[in-house]
Write a protein that binds this ligand. Structure first.
Ligand SMILES: *Cc1c(COP(=O)(O)O)cnc(C)c1O
Length: 377
């Protein structure tokens, strides 16, 4: 059996008629940029996230950038975030002229450790930007409490967390604003680039709407230097179709995750833990082992594809060398980058494929342990 890491083609086959009709509506109406489908998607996604506003954009990176600008972040400021993330989280901070301050992760959750945030706060800190990595919400209540005690703004990087819940509430409305990505591989993926900013603050929404469209408040009247961060009409139309399936897809992802956990119980590998606080959307199912590279190779040889999210922490990436972090600065984050690997997980995979992947992994871990014990004996 082969188990691909990911496959978007199966999903298209199941949605083809709906998608083609939606794309046809955009072409017939010639609303290729923003337009009716995008406006409707904004309403529907805001309702889905249980927030009052959604501003559709051309990427998650743009959403992070506008969220930070809306919070007044600029040169001279610091933004506290995690280094165990996709680099866009930090890039968006850099676009504003501010400096990212990386706090180590809690190794159980792989998200920013709330207990380490306070010691990173200075008089330049403006925002705390937790990431809901792999679709697992960060410790939002403790983080919000720290932010409010220090007069800081909370912004969520929810780019991997569509539909995930923290203490019963969907992510996207816990801070001043949140950023979502609709990159094709995300749980809610467009057919191209896409993103959104969500907020309960009408002024933040208005600011983001203006900035995404060259700072214009009236056609050809510009109040700020803005950007071209608008969402395409096609993406709005496709996302509306796909949003109707998101909950069922996330449920399916959780089922596959549960099966992985059952079959890997007791195996010498660290699995993502569910907690009473968090309903994860299982964007990724990420396991840890010290023998990650050998294990991945053996899995690949058995037909099971895996991936690494992420192999190098942001603080050790070349563009951030000048910040002065070095190997050992953030030990848990660095260990994650050495040990994590992502098992195949997408809603259309057969449960037999997940079972094969888990049994193959359990089997080869057992062989390796037995071989090791022989050497020791
Ligand atoms: C995907 C992602 C982004 C960036 O989103 P794009 O739509 O690719 O710009 C930002 N942060 C995280 C955590 C992501 O996974």
């Amino acid at each position: 059996m082969t188990v691909p890491y990911f496959d978007l083609k199966i999903q298209y086959a199941s949605l083809r008629d709906e998608i083609l009709q939606a794309v046809d509506r955009v072409c017939a109406g010639a609303s290729f940029v923003l337009g009716d489908e995008v406006a409707k998607f904004e309403e529907e996604f805001a309702a889905y996230c249980d927030v009052s506003h959604c501003v559709a954009l051309n990427s998650g990176t743009s959403a992070l950038h506008l969220a930070l600008l809306a919070a007044g972040v600029e040169s001279g400021h610091e933004v506290i975030t995690t280094s165990n993330t996709f680099i866009a989280t930090a890039e968006a901070i850099s676009y504003t002229g501010a400096v990212p301050v990386f706090v180590d992760i809690d190794p159980i959750t792989a998200n920013i450790d709330p207990n380490l945030i306070e010691e990173a706060i200075t008089d330049r800190t403006k925002v705390i930007l937790p990431v809901h990595l792999y679709g697992r919400p960060a410790a939002l209540d403790p983080i919000a409490e720290i932010a409010s005690r220090h007069g800081l703004t909370l912004i969520e990087d929810a780019c991997q967390a569509h539909g995930a819940r923290y203490r019963g509430r969907r992510v996207g409305g816990f801070g001043q604003s949140a950023a979502f990505s609709f990159y094709p591989g995300k749980n809610l993926g467009a057919y191209g680039e896409g993103g959104a900013l969500t907020t309960n603050d009408p002024q933040i929404a208005e600011f983001a709407r203006t900035l995404r469209d060259h700072g214009q408040t009236k056609r050809y009247f510009h109040d700020f230097i803005g950007y071209n961060y608008r969402m395409d009409g096609f993406q709005g139309a496709v996302l509306r179709v796909k949003l109707r399936h998101l909950d069922e897809w996330n449920t399916r992802r959780r089922e596959i995750a549960r099966r992985y956990r059952e079959l890997l119980e007791g195996a010498p590998v660290t699995l993502p833990q569910d907690s009473a606080d968090c309903e994860c959307n299982y964007h990724l199912f990420v396991a840890w082992t010290a023998e990650r590279d050998e294990v991945r190779e053996a899995l690949a040889a058995a037909g099971v594809q895996t991936a690494i999210h992420y192999p190098r922490p942001v603080h050790l990436q070349r563009p951030y060398a000048a910040l002065g972090y070095r190997a050992g600065s953030l030990p848990h984050t660095e260990r994650a980058c050495e040990q994590v690997f992502s098992l195949p997980l997408f809603p259309e995979m057969a449960i037999e494929q997940a079972e094969y992947a888990a049994e193959t992994l359990a089997g080869l871990l057992q062989e390796r342990t037995a071989a090791l014990q022989e050497v020791e004996a």
